[in-house]
Structure formats: structure tokens, C-alpha cells
Design a protein around this ligand. Structure first.
Ligand SMILES: [Zn+2]
Length: 357
């Protein structure tokens, strides 16, 4: 695991049914925009958000869901990277949302769960890909601690790529720093990779000033801030012939927010549990509504209707993104996963499959 520090304390880094016929990519970036409500990118200001608008050119939905029992940050992010619910017999079991204790004091997913919890980083790293986590909240140290040289599982596939499943773990102080680290890491790892990139700004604005959807609000400004970094990230991909057409981006949120106004604690309030899920397939393709595209294999529900994690068929949840990333990299599903464990989420219409990139 690489360890480095930039800009004093502002930025500290440690290295920490049938499967759908979808296109395969060399690189996948999974982006979580903390506290992003769909109406923040699908509302009257959407034309002013070129980064998000770009990512809407592909399969996407404005009606994905957080975990049914939990609409807070760290448990939902663990769900994203493990494709498991938070609770229940198949859940990863991490319910705390504070900075985790040190690994020796129980601060790993395995120690909390009582058995190893495999992540998308395990599958990718064991298959020889480079992996990175760039986050803007310190609590993501849980992932670094859970999958480092001491706590990671032995390699399960082919050549021994080691127990340290996350080649770079970085906590960045700002959205700009996070994107800078991400683009720099990309430049240094031109082969196959999986990058998890987290932007906290909308959540921070929401807690400080409310999930205020009025034009010009602090929350709207924070979404625009992230949009600028997405625009820059896309420009980096466009400018590099080695990356252009070879990078897929999966963007979702851990939760929405606004019930009550400055938080997102009520897991049965649709303002909190409905989140966007955008999948950009390496080029600006025709927008396709993801729930409609998967209506034969996922629940189609009104956005206001709450359903539990055990409801079958399952609605599309943010926990699917780990296995979506595996699909897009041509890798098997995450062992022990539940969400999209069959890798059957359809990203392109069956009729359009032939000749896809
Ligand atoms: Zn929050």
C-alpha cells in the first residue's frame, strides 16, 4: 500500500437470470456523491451541470435506492463495495457511521462480522488490476483497514497479487484534491484498474444549510462543485487516447437528504432513500432508463413507495454498483454478494447488444 502526504494535513494518503451481455472495459471508476438527491441533477438547473449531464448519456435511473434499513454514509458505502445489504443474514453488518476504531480494536469488516467480507477490490486485485480509493471523509479508513496487507484475504485467483487489496488509499480535503489524486493515479496506471472516488461536498452543505433545492442554495452550489470535477475527469479521459473508450463510470449516492431538512436519518422517507444511478459506457450514448431496461428482473415501484430489503423482485439499489463494476470489467461477481449477484443488470437493450463496444 502506498503511503504519502500532500499539503500538510489537508490531504493524507495511505496505500493502503443469465448474465446480461454488457460491454467490457479496461477501467471502471465508481463515484459516490455523498448526499446527492436525484432532483439536484434532474431539475431546472440540470443544463448548468455539464459533468452530470454528460454521464446521463447512457443507462441511468433517478429512482435507485439506498439500503432499506439505513440511509447513512458508511454502511451504504460498505454496501456499494461489497454488494451486500447492511443487515440481515447476508448483510455486511457494519452499522456505525463514525470514524472506525483502529483495526486492532475491531475496526475491520471481518472483525465486526465474524467472517471475511469480500469486496470489489478483492476481486479486481486478485485478477491483477490496480485498485484505489480516493475519499473525502476520514471514516473511509474502514475500507483501508479491512483490506490491507494485515487484514486482506489471500489471493483467490491466478498469480499471487498479495493480500493488500487497495493499492492506493487516500483521504483528500477537498473535491478538487480528490479529483487531482484520481487523475494523477490514472496517469500512473495505464493498464487495467478499479477506482472508487467519493465526493462529500453535497452532504456537508446539506448538514450545514439543509437539503435546500432552491436555485442558488449552498446545497446546489456543492453539487455544482462536484460537477466541475466530473467535467475535468471526463476531459482527462477524452484527452488520452489510451483511456478514451476504455473507461466506464458508475455514479451513485449513499443517500439523499432533507428529512428532516438538515439530515437524512429517516430511512423510510423517499427524499432520503431515493438516489441516482448513472452508468457511462465510455462514450456519450443514448440515455436509457435503467429501471425500464430491467423491468423483467427488478421491481418497478413509485419513488415514494418504501420496500424492505427482502422484497422480491428487488428494486435497483446503490449496493448493486460493486457487481456492476465487476460486470463492466468482465470479472466474476463478488463472493458472498447479494445485490446484482447474478450480474444480470442490463445496461443496454438486448436488441442493441450486437455490435456494442
Ligand atoms: Zn450525511
Amino acid at each position: 500500500m502506498t503511503v504519502f502526504t500532500i499539503a500538510a494535513l489537508l490531504l493524507t494518503c495511505s496505500a493502503a437470470s443469465t448474465p446480461a451481455a454488457n460491454p467490457i472495459f479496461d477501467h471502471v471508476i465508481v463515484i459516490s456523491v455523498d448526499g446527492l438527491r436525484p432532483d439536484a441533477i434532474d431539475g431546472p438547473e440540470d443544463g448548468a451541470l455539464p459533468g452530470f449531464t454528460r454521464l446521463l448519456h447512457g443507462p441511468h435511473t433517478m429512482q435507485a435506492r439506498s439500503d432499506a434499513d439505513c440511509t447513512v454514509t458508511l454502511p451504504n458505502h460498505v454496501s456499494m463495495v461489497t454488494s451486500r445489504p447492511v443487515g440481515g443474514p447476508s448483510g455486511h453488518g457494519w452499522t456505525e457511521n463514525a470514524d472506525p476504531p483502529a483495526a486492532r480494536n475491531g475496526g475491520t469488516l471481518c472483525k465486526n462480522h465474524g467472517a471475511y467480507v469480500t469486496s470489489m477490490f478483492d476481486v479486481a486485485h486478485d485478477h491483477g488490476l490496480k485498485t484505489a480509493i480516493v475519499a473525502t471523509k476520514n471514516k473511509f479508513a474502514l475500507l483501508s483497514q479491512s483490506f490491507d496487507e494485515n487484514e486482506g484475504a489471500p489471493d483467490q485467483d491466478g498469480d499471487d497479487d498479495g493480500k493488500d487489496k487497495v493499492d492506493l488509499f487516500c483521504t483528500a480535503g477537498t473535491s478538487r484534491m480528490a479529483r487531482d489524486v484520481a487523475t494523477g493515479w490514472f496517469a500512473a496506471h495505464p493498464k487495467r484498474s478499479l477506482l472508487f472516488l467519493h465526493f462529500a461536498a453535497p452532504d456537508v452543505a446539506g448538514h450545514g444549510f439543509g437539503w435546500d433545492m432552491t436555485s442558488g442554495s449552498r446545497y446546489r452550489a456543492a453539487v455544482r462543485e462536484v460537477d466541475g470535477e466530473l467535467t475535468a475527469l471526463a476531459a482527462m479521459i477524452d484527452a488520452d487516447p489510451a483511456l478514451r473508450g476504455h473507461v466506464a463510470i458508475v455514479l451513485t449516492a449513499d443517500h439523499g437528504g432533507g428529512v428532516p431538512l438538515r439530515t437524512h436519518s429517516d430511512c423510510k422517507a423517499s427524499e432520503n432513500f431515493i438516489v441516482p444511478l448513472l452508468i457511462w459506457l465510455g462514450a456519450d450514448t443514448a440515455p436509457a432508463e435503467l429501471v425500464a431496461l430491467n423491468s423483467d428482473r427488478r421491481a418497478v415501484l413509485p419513488a415514494s413507495e418504501y420496500v424492505g430489503n427482502d422484497t422480491i423482485p428487488r428494486p435497483i439499489r446503490n449496493a448493486e454498483v460493486g457487481n456492476v463494476a465487476m460486470q463492466l470489467l468482465g470479472l466474476p461477481a463478488i463472493p458472498g454478494s447479494v445485490a446484482n449477484a447474478k450480474q444480470d443488470l442490463q445496461l443496454i437493450a438486448p436488441a442493441a447488444t450486437k455490435g456494442a463496444p
